[in-house]
Design a protein around this ligand. Structure first.
Ligand code: MN
Ligand code: MN
Length: 299
């Protein structure tokens, strides 16, 4: 059974047509049932799609035109209210996309969905850009929520395979868990202190042990002045320029998938969806340019 008949309707991303030769597959996941503060990220996928139509697809950072890249949009996953069932379904769809040698780009939806897409890969490591660690063992009695899914992924992947960047809204339980298990994280102030080069140096050392890396971007990584329309905005965030500078150097043959989550359009002026679509376009350009690793220095 193909993924399109399994659980997705078809849309188009940014005016690109579906192609059997696609190298990138966009999958919307309109799921926000465990959101605790400002719900509405179920409307995120289509807000990001709409924003993508009005952005230039030409990436000036590496002078690459994303319009030349075959991209398909599988539409939205038919989500259920249950986070476990929804993430299991997403895992199946992403696994099928990967089996066709396509790069999945998952649009959230709340951050819990990362628990579905990451499990579609064998032994991947995970880089998470997020104001939160999402490492609680449970939140409001829920063991699989957007505040606890990273704890579940620690159990699945092993804590050594997780690197979180931009942390600034944490609780003692999460800090203790990270310390005990060795989950790596850099706070937003750490990032400002050591700069993009310092972050990349730490990532390079860590990533050298792994063959595959999945990247998740929780939009609250960005400062609320850049991305106000998120479920749980946190002051003292970082800039889109820093994020894209890091992504440009992280992208390459090892990177196997991306998700962009937590856009909550009801609280947005449209800016957060634009940032999210811009991240997607840039990651595609970075991936395409970095497949030839001889062209640019890694990290
Ligand atoms: Mn998160
Ligand atoms: Mn967050």
């Amino acid at each position: 059974m193909s993924y399109s008949s399994l659980s997705c309707q078809r849309f188009e991303f940014g005016g690109f047509s579906r192609s059997e030769h696609a190298r990138y597959s966009v999958i919307g996941v309109p799921y926000d049932f465990t959101s605790t503060y400002r719900p509405g990220s179920r409307f995120g996928p289509n807000a990001i799609r709409e924003a993508s139509i009005n952005l230039e697809a030409y990436c000036l950072r590496n002078m690459f035109d994303v319009e030349d890249v075959p991209i398909e949009d599988l539409g939205d996953l038919n989500v259920l209210t249950d986070a476990g069932a929804t993430t299991d379904l997403l895992q199946k769809v992403v696994a099928e996309v990967v089996s066709e040698n396509k790069f999945p780009i998952v649009l959230g939806g709340e951050h819990t969905i990362t628990y579905g897409s990451v499990r579609a890969f064998d032994e991947t490591a995970l880089i998470s850009f997020d104001a939160h660690l999402d490492l609680r063992d449970e939140y409001l009695g829920n063991k699989l929520s957007h505040a606890a899914f990273m704890h579940r992924l620690c159990e699945f992947l092993g804590p050594e395979r997780i690197f979180e960047i931009g942390s600034r809204a944490v609780c003692p339980e999460e800090l203790n868990f990270a310390k005990e298990t060795g989950v790596k994280y850099l706070t937003s102030r750490d990032v400002l202190k050591i700069g993009v080069t310092g972050v990349l140096s730490k990532l390079r050392d860590w990533a050298s042990s792994f063959d595959r890396i999945y990247v998740t971007v929780d939009m609250d990584f960005l400062d609320p002045s850049y991305a106000p329309g998120v479920g749980n905005p946190v002051p003292e965030g970082l800039s889109p320029t820093m994020l894209l500078d890091m992504l440009q150097r992280i992208c390459g043959p090892k990177v196997v998938g991306l998700d962009v989550v937590e856009v909550s359009p009801s609280y947005d002026s449209g800016l957060t969806a634009i940032q999210a679509a811009n991240i997607v376009y840039n990651v595609i350009a970075f991936q395409e340019a970095r497949q030839d690793s001889t062209k640019q220095e890694r990290y």
